[in-house]
Design a protein around this ligand. Structure first.
Ligand SMILES: Cc1cc2nc3c(=O)[nH]c(=O)nc-3n(C[C@H](O)[C@H](O)[C@H](O)COP(=O)(O)OP(=O)(O)OC[C@H]3O[C@@H](n4cnc5c(N)ncnc54)[C@H](O)[C@@H]3O)c2cc1C
Length: 493
């Protein structure tokens, strides 16, 4: 927790807690990365427990509904050779169940896709023999000196212990690592190092001194699409004042809505952009701009950008409340003023606030932007990743190695961090992608494999036989490099 929150403290009395589970591997957080970590660990034969705070699996591809037609769409752009391993199997089974095909917006109905992803995560974990603990909050790690030996989970019935040989932090916010005392970077401070990853347009505008970004998705049903489309296309003559106002206050809104929105903005009835939380800009996208949510269903996003500190529970809570309020007000505004929305109603919204930027650990190695653009190679490579098209910035088109060292929190033993919490520099929407979902899935498989091998061999994650991990990953279809590179690493088959 950040220093400014520590106004005073109370002492929590020591308590004996029941041991619910003795695991080889416990995975905290079952989102995009944790799901694949748990499945991989189970498939390697490790007794695996996965814990999630929600009753639904999948994190951003599950209850947060950040799924859409591109759940796998960035696979070719981010993974040399495309999707492989358990994620490729997941994709095939997801599509067989009716999950939207990559880049087929017409077939993408977010809540349905999210439900399919959650269902499949459940099925594949069951097949892998993974024990699932739902609606349980992974709280403090069980510490022996600086070694994590499992964790406590808060359940409705009280706090329970889950002991483990290796613990994987898949919370996305490095929450377990932070509680274990690992050094955490809360958000990106201004640093010229990151300039290389900003799109050229942003660079011209200058980039902010801090950066976290987050979004909630809202879905509205019963929209009369013909009415909406006609209104969207209406070519109205705007006054000079309206034109000027739209240029500074609006982006991608239908012309016909400008005078109405300007009026609502001036009276305080509705604003598309609000500053209800200090140092954070909150804004709503235009409902219906993206036609990808199913018949009569349109979506919009409420985004927040700025100095968002995931370690500050009050700020996070105020932010989420303000964003949900903004979503609610947006629906009310459209229902009142926009043709096609007269009988529309809100049907769903993301169940939690996830960040693209967000906090991360300092690892044994923290992957920098230079590493990525230079195509750095590492002996402990887990998989190969590439940048999401950023021609202006050049870089090695064959990509870069993601090393095992990014999962190892400095100064802490017994713990691996996967997903967004791992040690790589980011600015949210960075072109030098680590955040891309297919990469996160493969990352999960790699970390789950390493965790299981360390646990089954009875060694600390830092001491794991990395060649054995790599051999298993190659056998399971993951790309660690070209054939010649594999030979260099002694991984020839
Ligand atoms: C708004 C947004 C839009 C995005 N859009 C795209 C996109 O278009 N394309 C793309 O490729 N990528 C996109 N991403 C990136 C991608 O979704 C993330 O990189 C990915 O979700 C990271 O996976 P994760 O497992 O680390 O985190 P998550 O998927 O967030 O999973 C974290 C999991 O941990 C659980 N958890 C957290 N804390 C605890 C706790 N203490 N106890 C128990 N459970 C806990 C959560 O419930 C959740 O299930 C987007 C991300 C965001 C936030």
């Amino acid at each position: 927790m950040t220093g400014r929150l520590l106004r005073s403290t109370v002492v929590e009395p020591a308590k004996e807690r029941p041991v619910l589970f003795d695991a080889d591997v416990v995975v905290a957080g079952c989102g995009l990365c944790g799901t694949f970590a748990a499945i991989a660990s189970g498939r390697c034969g490790a007794r695996t427990l996965v814990i999630d705070r929600f009753g639904t699996l999948g994190g951003n591809m599950g209850p947060a509904m950040v799924v859409n037609g591109s759940l796998f769409g960035e696979a070719d752009a981010t993974l040399p050779g495309g999707l492989a391993g358990i994620p490729a199997e997941f994709k095939a089974r997801y599509e067989a169940l009716g999950g939207s095909a990559a880049r087929d917006p017409a077939r993408s109905i977010y809540p349905e896709d999210a439900a399919i992803a959650s269902h499949l995560a459940y099925v594949m974990m069951n097949e892998a023999g993974v024990e699932i603990l739902l609606s349980a909050y992974a709280a403090d790690p069980i510490m022996d000196g600086n070694t994590v030996c499992g964790l406590f989970a808060e359940c409705a019935s009280g706090r329970v212990a889950a002991r483990a040989k290796v613990t994987v932090d898949g919370t996305g916010d490095a929450g377990i690592a932070a509680r274990a005392g690992a050094p955490i970077v809360p958000y990106m401070a201004q640093d010229d190092t990151y300039a290389v990853m900003m799109p050229r347009a942003s660079m011209k505008r200058g980039y902010p001194t801090y950066y976290n970004d987050t979004q909630l998705l809202f879905l509205i049903a019963n929209v009369a699409e013909d009415g909406m489309q006609a209104f969207w296309r209406e070519d109205v003559d705007l006054s000079a004042e309206d034109e000027e106002w739209a240029a500074t206050s609006l982006k991608a809104y239908p012309k016909a809505l400008v005078p109405i929105l300007r009026q609502a903005w001036s009276t305080g009835e509705y604003r598309r952009r609000i500053d209800d939380v200090a140092d954070v800009k909150i804004s709503a996208s235009c409902p219906g701009k993206l036609q990808e949510f199913g018949p009569g269903i349109v979506g919009f996003r409420v985004s927040a950008v700025g100095a968002i500190d995931a370690a500050d529970p009050l700020q996070m809570s105020r932010l989420e409340a303000a964003m949900r309020e903004q979503g609610f007000r947006t629906v009310a505004f459209f229902r009142k003023h926009a043709p096609g929305f007269e009988n529309a109603y809100l049907i769903a919204s993301s169940s939690f606030l996830g960040m693209r930027g967000g906090p991360h650990i300092e690892g044994d190695h923290t992957l920098s932007m230079e590493d990525r653009f230079a195509g750095r190679k590492c002996d402990d490579v887990l998989f190969r990743n590439t940048h999401l098209g950023s021609p202006g910035h050049g870089g090695d088109p064959s990509g870069f190695d993601v090393p095992y060292a990014v999962c190892l929190p400095r100064g802490v033993e017994g713990l691996l961090v996967c997903g967004r919490g791992a040690a790589y520099r980011r600015r949210g929407h960075d072109p030098c992608a680590m955040r891309a979902r297919p990469a996160m899935m493969v990352f999960g498989q790699a970390v789950g494999t390493a965790a299981a091998i360390a646990a089954l061999d009875g060694v600390a994650p830092r001491e794991v036989d990395i060649r054995k991990v790599q051999q298993r990953l190659v056998a399971d279809g993951i790309c660690l490099g070209e054939r010649s590179r594999l030979a260099e690493l002694g991984l020839g088959r």
